[in-house]
Write a protein of this length. Structure first.
Length: 57
């Protein structure tokens, strides 16, 4: 995967406007927000483990 593909700006409103049906719109929304939710979950998990490690010492 190239670095250029990681920094591309995706216009979600245009994709939703030109979506063929509602299922495609739902897929766009899920695909857009799911990576963010996963990263937040991983960050919280790391914080929780670090907090518990400090309390156990």
């Amino acid at each position: 995967m190239s670095i250029l593909s990681l920094i591309q700006q995706v216009n979600i409103t245009e994709k939703v406007k030109h979506a063929p049906n509602a299922a495609y719109q739902i897929g766009i929304v899920i695909g857009t927000f799911l990576p963010f939710v996963i990263l937040v979950g991983i960050a919280y998990w790391m914080y929780y483990r670090a907090k518990n490690r400090n309390e156990n010492e």
